[in-house]
Design a protein around this ligand. Structure first.
Ligand SMILES: NC(=O)c1ccc[n+]([C@@H]2O[C@H](COP(=O)([O-])OP(=O)(O)OC[C@H]3O[C@@H](n4cnc5c(N)ncnc54)[C@H](O)[C@@H]3O)[C@@H](O)[C@H]2O)c1
Length: 368
């Protein structure tokens, strides 16, 4: 963090985001959900997907007419433990929360619930939705497709979205097992954070048309848009480090997100038609697994906790004194930020001030 970083408490940021959403036409209860999903990212240190996305990914898109502030959540098909929903290009967070709630309700009845969604928009951190399951003693899983950014192994063209495959499972510890990440080595939001800070990207995150790694963060953001660079799947460029595994998992997410709801996929998701911006028509899937239908939740949590503890207690590599399990770092950041608030860098401060001016929002005493 630099000297220019300001800190804002969770509650103030959440209220501000809710107000911004309301001002652009999102109904109050939906605005609350949208703000909740974004603050859930900021609380856990997932800075690529919190308030920094408020303007470019949601407010600008609503203003451009490619996303509806009012969400029409239409159930297309409801078959016992499964359902298909059409989100009609409404707010991805609202569609996501309602769809995962449907999956949870089905899992209460049938042991498992799965909901596939069509015509949605960016739903924020995938992790928000599986965490809803953990609160109900369930395992939660979700995935989403996204505008094309990952090149297949041996390819250079951005074809697959960053397609997170996210899973949360309760444990007997203070935090769950919570694996929430893209199927690319990195993702656009993280590159935006590097560009904001004027930092070079680590080698191997991005492949250019010439097959070489690209590291200029600002340049890469443009190249990803004009198609002269693509993100690299988990594992890396080529086959040597198993890049085909990340490529395979990204494809799994693309198929589950699109094919079960007969929806758009790959290049159809680039948000452009005849040179004009159009809705992204994203697909998501949500799975809730009721642990109670298999075993005692307390037994499940104990075994999960034992697995996580044994992993963390294993021998460390030279120079490292700690092994983490997924979800642990987010829990540590959450505990820290409860006290300090969320760090807001200078560019983001300017964006927040601009939003207040443009939308006539008053009553927030930010320390900048
Ligand atoms: N909506 C979308 O289209 C979309 C697309 C891509 C990503 N995302 C979101 O972006 C966010 C960040 O994704 P990312 O790919 O940059 O994640 P990331 O690379 O930061 O990985 C985060 C995950 O790795 C775990 N982790 C980190 N260090 C660890 C360690 N040393 N040991 C064990 N586990 C560790 C974390 O607990 C967390 O589960 C996620 O919330 C994801 O849902 C959303």
């Amino acid at each position: 963090m630099t000297n220019n970083t300001a800190y804002v408490d969770f509650n103030t940021l959440e209220r501000f985001m809710k107000e911004v959403f309301i001002t652009v036409g999102v109904p109050e209860s939906d605005a609350q959900i949208c703000a909740e999903v974004l603050i859930a990212a900021d609380m856990r240190g997932i800075d690529s997907h919190g308030i920094n996305r408020l303007k470019p990914i949601y407010i600008d898109r609503i203003k451009q007419g490619v996303q509806n502030p009012v969400t029409n959540f239409e159930i297309i098909k409801d078959f016992a433990a499964t359902a298909v929903v059409d989100g009609h290009d409404g707010m991805g967070q609202v569609i996501g929360k309602k769809a995962m709630q449907m999956a949870i309700d089905k899992a209460k009845m049938y042991g498992i619930g799965m909901v596939a969604v069509r015509n949605s928009t960016h739903y924020g951190i995938a992790g928000y939705y599986p965490l809803m399951c953990v609160e109900q003693n369930m395992i939660g899983m979700t995935g989403t497709n996204a505008r094309p950014s990952i090149a297949p192994t041996f390819g250079i063209e951005n074809m697959l979205g960053t397609n997170p495959l996210t899973i949360a499972m309760p444990s007997d510890e203070e935090f769950p097992f919570f694996l929430d990440c893209a199927t690319s080595i990195s993702q656009r939001g993280k590159i935006e954070v590097y560009a904001r800070k004027g930092k070079k990207l680590p080698d191997g995150w991005v492949i250019g048309n010439d097959g070489e790694s690209k590291t200029d963060s600002k340049e890469v953001l443009k190249m990803l848009v004009d198609g002269t660079a693509a993100l690299v799947p988990l594992g890396g460029i080529g086959e040597e480090l198993g890049g085909y595994k990340g490529y395979g998992y990204a494809t799994v997410v693309e198929i589950l997100s699109a094919a079960l709801q007969s929806g758009s996929f790959l290049s159809m998701l680039n948000g452009i038609e005849n040179g004009k911006k159009i809705p992204f028509h994203l697909g998501h899937f949500f799975i809730a697994i009721n642990i109670n239908a298999f075993t005692e939740p307390e037994t499940f949590k104990k075994i999960t906790g034992d697995i996580l503890r044994e992993l963390r207690a294993s021998k460390k590599m030279p120079g490292k004194d700690r092994i983490y399990t997924a979800g642990e770092k987010e829990w540590l950041v959450y505990n820290e930020r409860k006290k300090t608030g969320v760090p807001i860098d200078l560019d983001l401060q300017k964006e927040i001030v601009q939003l207040q001016t443009d939308l006539g929002i008053k009553g927030f005493n930010f320390p900048f």
